[in-house]
Write a protein of this length. Structure first.
Length: 257
């Protein structure tokens, strides 16, 4: 029996095999979960459906742009027809304009700030609210992805660091709101992983190299590392953990300058 046997998990943000969301999806399926995936729009649909072919036949796939409430509502209405409830929700969604991920944070545009906050932070609130009726009383859990740039200045991370700080605060408030109904909420602060989105951060390759050299474990983390931690947090093994940010970063977050 796997850690997630008999459970249903919804993962938002799977885009390609290099994404952290795919690493989490793979771990949850390995542990026995039935999974549901979203794709943002028609352009993203073929890639997600191709990935879904590597998953069990009962995998649910539907369109959902997390910034559009009508699509969020439609996604969960369709899912409700397929499953009797949700045991796990995974938020792997973040976005900022490329021009905001470089230079000075003080030059951030309002439009860029608003977009980063909406996609990367507020969408966790939107998804948690929509999933709440399907999760209530099931002793399930929600996990979101964050990064060290939420609490420390990381060159070029800029507006995304501020959005991740808002995301982490949301995790704590959501944990307090949803705990009485049996749902836990946590975040994983993953070390840098060479995903397509991460490569949009100016100087990311140098960051990856430096962390591999400075981290206590002298290596960067992998999709599998993050996936395994997510499986723990979302399973019954993580029942005593909520409102926390768990660092999966080979220990680099403990190091001084």
């Amino acid at each position: 029996m796997g850690l997630m046997e008999g459970k249903t998990a919804v993962i938002f943000g799977v885009a390609n095999k290099r994404s952290i969301a795919w690493g989490i999806t793979s771990a949850l399926v390995r542990e026995g979960a039935r999974v549901a995936l979203n794709y943002q729009n028609e352009r993203m649909e073929p890639g997600v459906r191709k990935l879904a072919k590597n998953l069990p036949d009962n995998t649910f796939v539907a369109q959902c742009d997390v910034t559009k409430k009508d699509e969020v509502d439609s996604f969960f209405e369709k899912l409700k027809d397929e499953v009797d409830g949700i045991d796990a929700l995974v938020h792997c969604v973040a976005f900022a304009k490329r021009e905001e991920l470089g230079g000075r944070y003080v030059d951030t545009s309002y439009d860029g700030y608003e977009l980063a906050q909406h996609v990367s932070a507020y969408s966790l609130v939107t998804l948690s609210k929509a999933a709440e009726p399907l999760m209530e009383g099931r002793e399930g859990a929600i996990v979101a992805l964050t990064y060290l740039g939420s609490v420390r200045v990381v060159p070029a991370y800029n507006v995304m660091g501020v959005a991740k700080a808002a995301l982490e605060a949301s995790v704590r408030y959501l944990a307090a709101d949803l705990g009485p109904y049996g749902t836990r909420v946590n975040a994983i602060s993953a070390g840098p992983i060479k995903t397509l989105s991460a490569m949009g951060v100016t100087g990311f390759s140098e960051i990856l190299k430096a962390i591999g050299e400075r981290a206590p474990m002298r290596r960067n983390v992998t999709q599998e590392d993050v996936g395994n931690t997510a499986a723990f947090l979302l399973s019954d093994w993580g029942k005593g953990v909520t409102g926390q940010v768990i660092y999966v970063d080979s220990g680099v977050s403990i190091m001084g300058a």
